[in-house]
Write a protein that binds this ligand. Structure first.
Ligand code: BGC
Length: 250
């Protein structure tokens, strides 16, 4: 079964058809620019364009960069604040005419890594971090995800961790790999002392460059790059929609 997965990010809205059996893309990936301001209506318009470009009809899964409870968005750190209290599932479903399932983007990435990637068959606690515009966090214990953990906003010396160690910060402050890795390491040490994970998975676009900075990270816990790199968000969102859809289909 192929399902359309969409990853809504601070700078791009990306989508592809995903083969749910294998977790592989079953189409080309389309990337459209996130509108500025990224209001619900403006984003929904781009999502509609993406669905139309795919010529797709059926259930859609979307990952969103905020807390999502039962389809409703409750935080908006890196998108327009008008998202707060917006029913994203309803908005996208109405706009596109396709049934949408929406979850937090890091949760989507975490689910994808557990089902198809670096956390597959890993017992115990896995911490998945997505480093992009912000820092997304997912913790999975023996394959079970606790949704909507927002540890990118954990304070380090009074400042959100994501304002110190996200990929966007590296670009904005023009940090070298070594300088940025020092900020990331500080964050990782706090996270491992709080959660004692068995494995840390680094995702987001910057996971492709892992060879440039993993050597600087001295953590007790084993760290690996996301196997699905920054495609994990698309794949996990599609996978989650397939689970939801299977439940609602008699
Ligand atoms: C948001 C999270 C999101 C993360 C990655 C954070 O700013 O609060 O919900 O998962 O960015 O996009």
């Amino acid at each position: 079964m192929n399902i359309l997965g969409i990853d809504i990010g601070g700078s791009g809205i990306k989508g592809a058809l995903v083969d749910i059996e294998t977790g592989q893309f079953a189409s080309e990936r389309i990337r459209l620019v996130t509108p500025d301001p990224s209001t619900p209506d403006a984003v929904a318009k781009v999502v509609k364009t993406l669905v139309e470009k795919m010529a797709y009809q059926g259930p859609v899964g979307a990952g969103f960069p905020g807390v999502i409870q039962h389809g409703i968005c409750f935080t908006a750190a890196n998108v327009d604040e008008r998202w707060i209290n917006t029913n994203a599932e309803k908005l996208f479903s109405e706009k596109t005419g396709n049934p949408f399932t929406v979850i937090n983007d890091a949760d989507a990435a975490g689910l994808a890594e557990v089902r198809y990637g670096a956390a597959r068959d890993v017992n115990g606690v896995v911490l998945v971090l997505t480093l992009g515009t912000g820092i997304g966090t997912a913790i999975i214990n023996d394959g079970v995800l606790l949704p909507n953990l927002e540890f990118g906003h954990l304070k380090i010396r009074e400042k959100d961790a994501e304002k110190r160690a996200s990929a966007a910060v590296k670009a904005k402050k023009k940090l070298s790999w070594k300088e940025w890795a020092a900020a990331l390491e500080e964050y990782l040490l706090i996270m491992e002392n709080l959660f004692w994970p068995d494995l840390i998975i680094i995702g987001g676009g910057i996971s492709r460059n892992h060879a440039k900075y993993f050597g600087y990270l001295n953590t007790r816990t084993k760290i690996v790059p996301a196997q699905l790199y920054n495609q994990a968000g698309i794949i996990g969102a599609a996978y989650f929609a397939s689970l939801t859809h299977a439940q609602s289909t008699p």
